[in-house]
Design a protein around this ligand. Structure first.
Ligand SMILES: [Zn+2]
Length: 268
């Protein structure tokens, strides 16, 4: 599979009608019994948190709690489309409780722009909290218990293939290889030794960073600091057809979910 060669100084690929995608997401969520909470009204758009309760609890153990978010960068359409597809496929682990935030920056999608309608990169605002959207998101997160696993779905317009960032400070059983293997069935993997200025191995970046040393926080740093000890940021390569990128994110998520269930006792 060859790169399209479209993206030289930014994303120049397909765009989505975010209003239509959000409406399809609402329909699919309702159809499959998810609850929906509006945690912020941003002009004509609402920021949504969808929740799926576990169908059963095994031996009355607490369910595995999984957080998924996407659509924080308005020029990365594969994320919200992957959220929609995952909802429609409705193939979730039975005893998992899933929280899905399907689009954190709808106003950015209207403009096909990374930043929000106000021109701010929301995924750099999780330390200083300058934007209403991120403050509202954090207020919602603070009301939730901790998550066993967090997955943030993104795209990278420069990358040669799919890759993943792992934040796993306690060296828990890693899901990174499973995520990359699953995505690799449908999408090229970026095998570069350096990705985004960080050392990478077979599409996996394990940054050894202390969030406190970083001046600007992405969502994943806030999650790691306050709500989880295991976080993955999945990056689909924007220079491939949109359907391939959506597929890669869905496969990556499903790879992680399959693996997390096998390891679920080790997560706690
Ligand atoms: Zn992104």
């Amino acid at each position: 599979m060859q790169r399209l060669g479209k993206n030289h100084d930014g994303y120049h690929g397909e765009t989505i009608d975010v209003r239509a995608v959000l409406s399809d997401i609402a329909v699919a969520a309702r159809q499959h019994g998810w609850t929906s909470e509006i945690f912020f009204e941003a002009g004509e758009f609402n920021l949504l948190a969808l929740r799926r309760y576990p169908l059963s609890t095994i031996n009355s153990q607490p369910s595995t709690r999984i957080y998924l978010s996407t659509g924080i960068h308005g020029d990365e359409p594969a994320g919200p489309l992957a959220a929609l597809r995952l909802l429609q496929e409705n193939n979730w682990p039975k005893d998992a409780e899933i929280f899905l935030l399907p689009c954190l920056n709808p106003s950015g999608f209207v403009l096909n722009r990374r930043e929000s309608g106000q021109g701010i990169d929301l995924n750099r605002d999780y330390l200083h909290l300058q934007t209403d959207e991120v403050r509202a998101h954090i207020a919602w997160l603070e009301r939730q218990s901790k998550f066993d696993l967090c997955l943030c779905l993104h795209e990278d317009w420069e990358s040669h293939g799919f890759y993943v960032y792992e934040l796993n400070p306690d060296n828990r059983p890693s899901l990174a290889e499973a995520i990359v293997a699953a995505a690799g069935k449908v999408c090229p993997i970026d095998h570069s030794e350096i990705i985004e200025d960080r050392e990478a191995h077979s599409g996996i970046i394990r940054p050894s960073i202390d969030p406190r040393s970083r001046p600007q926080w992405p969502e994943a740093f806030w999650l790691l600091t306050h709500k989880t000890r295991l976080s993955y940021t999945l990056e689909s390569p924007s220079d491939f057809p949109l359907d391939v990128r959506v597929n890669a994110l869905c496969h990556g998520v499903n790879g992680a979910l399959a693996c997390v269930l096998l390891n679920s006792t080790g997560l706690r």
